[in-house]
Design a protein around this ligand. Sequence first.
Ligand code: BGC
Length: 871
Amino acid sequence: MKTATTAATVLAICNLAAASSHFKRQNDTGVGLAYSPPYYPSPWMDPEAEGWQEAYAQAKAFVSDLTLLEKVNLTTGTGWMADLCVGNVGSIPRVGWRGLCLQDGPQGIRFADYVSYFTSSQLAGATWNRDLIRDRARAMALEARDKGIDVLLAPAVGPLGRFPTGGRNWEGFSPDPYLAGVAAAESVKGIQETGVIATIKHLIMNEQEHFRERGNGISYGYSVVEAISSNVDDKTMHELYLWPFADAIRAGAGSVMCSYQQVNNSYGCQNSAVLNHLLKEELGFQGFVLSDWAAQHTGVAAAVAGLDMSMPGDVTFNSRTSYWGANLTNAVLNGTVPEYRIDDMAMRIMAAFFKVGRTIEDAPEINFSSWTRDSDGPVHWAAKEGVQTINQHIDVRRDHGDLIRRIAAQGTVLLKNEGSLPLNKPKFVAVIGEDAGSRVGGPNGCPNQGCNSGTLAAGWGSGTASFPYLITPDAALQRKAVEDGTRYESILSNWEHELTASLVGEPDATALVFVNANSGEGFIEVDGNVGDRNNLTLWNGGDDLIEIVAAHNPNTIIIIHSTGPVVVSEWYDNPNITAILWAGLPGQESGNAITDILYGRVNPGGKTPFTWGASEESYGVKIVYEPNNGDDAPQGDFDDGIFIDYRWFDSQDDEPIFEFGFGLSYTTFEFSDIRVERSNASEYKPNTGESIPAPRIGANHSSDYTDYVFPEGFRRIDQFIYPYLNSTDPKQTLGDRFYGDEAEDFLPPGATDDSRRPAHPAGGGPGGNPQLWDVMYTVFATVTNTGSVVGEEVAQLYVSLGGPDDPAKVLRGFERIRIDPGTSETFRADITRRDLSNWDTVSQNWVISDCPKSIYVGNSSRNLPLHAALQ
Ligand code: BGC
């Protein structure tokens, strides 16, 4: 039996994750920048890895038969716009393999027609509905498959969402790592069960768009060349940012995209600590790492640091040069890159392919071109060669519109309701704001959605698709009004203040005000926002519009379309504002979904997947908008550690306006009867043993350089990246500037070591030590619908780990439950070993501290009526 502990002893035993920081440390002179230690060699595949055995055997059979040139061709993209997809790896015609087509992205298929435009991942996250999240991913992947796509560049859990203003947060699910991890795992499963490889991205710490890429500083008018470094300590890395990646890898993700920016001053796609150590060794990742587009900055160094596929293949877009291709062939031939490394790259790529159930023969035709809507045109777009039919305009949408409508409605969060909702045949509805209407130029009028006009249904950047239609709120609400015999008028502008005031001031008007705040990827600037938002205010005068309407109308309902929180402090508690809804980025069914919610066809059950603070400052973090390290790489110090979003607000005792996990319903719920069952999980054992020695897959290749030059009479396509050498003279092979005489000397120690490797104590299976997922406790609680309509409640379980360095509580379980009025359902959640552990930077393993642990159950991070201590 445990005896009572004094505060002092709690502190002493709880101090497990003390300041020791494994990653972020100073250089040898004791001063200087965060530093990423070297980890070599790059781990090779484990033939026995859980879930990968069969794929390994199939890959081995296939790769054994390949030549060095063919293996290289698998690893290197053919160049930007060289082929039909956003990324393509070379074919192996000898065995009838057409190569791979890689395509974005997280909200639908990019650069293709007759596809669906799904909700943002963030809005899917707001449903807290595992099944729906999986259905969404599966639907997206079915569309991808039917277009001939092999690798879908989704889902994203990085950015996680440290900054509320982060441009790409909507491409991920939530800044909470548990919610993001569950959603990512469901998405990986949904995608891969269709035969498409999922890509979990962007590994890692890609939290802001400003300075994310090498050269960004220059393009912003500064002399800074290098990309920003996200500087993070080991504990934060594990307990926060790496967490959802582990879930995705455990779910079997076939590929990982490494990120543009630096991690502790080493670029994401050549960071051996991240790729070799964390990803492949500790998380036991068996698939392949592909670079973000032009995020590769070295050849050999990236190869030994764990990169497996170069995207899009050229050094910079259309540079005609590649760090790999011929350079990789040469590097293997001259012994700089060990042969097992090229074998392992090829194995990982092919194993991922076989793992999702594909065969070499089963190669769906790539029936679209990313670069034009013309039916006929060049296959090799950059070179304008190979004219044929490249767009078959195949409609792959099925009935996904219904699903999208359901997700959008289920994700919509009711933030305030003084009884004005649901609407019931109102006499007069006045819809106000350009966010309710359509865009001049059409829903696809701005390339990559790089503008903000009309209703906001999608953010901008690579995570975009093409709308097959976009039901605006104005269209759907008007249809409903006409059906009901309601008078309906809309003013689809934010600037007609006088007209607006007079319309909403008429008797009996229910005013629906649509406002938005947009963001996206840093390669496009919209209204002065370089991807990341400049602030948390509403766009296009939205706050003024709200003020005007609320000043003239006592029944003002606000609908926010946004990529994250906005500051609502000035108006949310105005008594004339009777309801507030957050509808995220709803995709093509926007208007239908919001109508479903406003009229109660769907009872709101979404919960905000992020915190709504009173001000931007209340989040305690700010994007690095300007260089802060002279002409060198800007430094982004993640000093807030694991305290982001609600964990930060809790630590500051700061009351947010709407807390993480909050969302109302048209009914009410009560929580009662918490019960905790302890399971008999076996004792946690560090993973031990050794790997196999690095295998050589296939016959030894010839060392005769004549076997590697361009075949006689070979017709080269301009700008296409090939594996062939230009010459048999090793010094002339490449004809570009990346060759160095001192090649053998520049590899870090251990980089070519092919002997057995000791196991990582926290490793042992995809995602990490399998015992981390042992169930330690099961929690039960009763949820009762105490209102008069059927509704869905998201029961949430939080754990307090109890240590002095721990957040007050962290989310560790949830379930969305449908409950009939007057009845009860049981909420059940398993708490795993991982859920209760801290990362111990000394033993490099997860440890359950002796600190007293408690659990809380309720329906938001701040409404947790039930609690219990864990014995
Ligand atoms: C983005 C990736 C995307 C890639 C290909 C990059 O700019 O960061 O998320 O998958 O482009 O379009």
